[in-house]
Design a protein around this ligand. Sequence first.
Ligand code: FES
Length: 105
Amino acid sequence: MDRYEKHIFVCINERPADNPKGCCSTKHSMKIFQKFRSEISARDLKGKVCATKSGCLASCETGPNIVIYPEGVWYNNVTEKDVPEIIDEHIIKGNIVDRLKRSPS
Ligand code: FES
């Protein structure tokens, strides 16, 4: 099987509520992951684009975080509402969604 044209990793890491690092899971990252999956199906992109659950991407304070390959572009503070725009702009048209892109630290 050929590799995917685009691979989206969504952090769904979960930590206890009292952990000072926080986690993407408490910021609804599983819903974001499920939205990517449903949008990929709805747009008939299965086989070309894949969304995969990821562990901690080590940027917990700015989560929910996702990273898209092969570009290696990171998006921070992603919400479920952002998913269609990321699919339309980044995945389909190849345009980075600047307002969500991780700023260099
Ligand atoms: S918990 Fe998601 S980046 Fe660390």
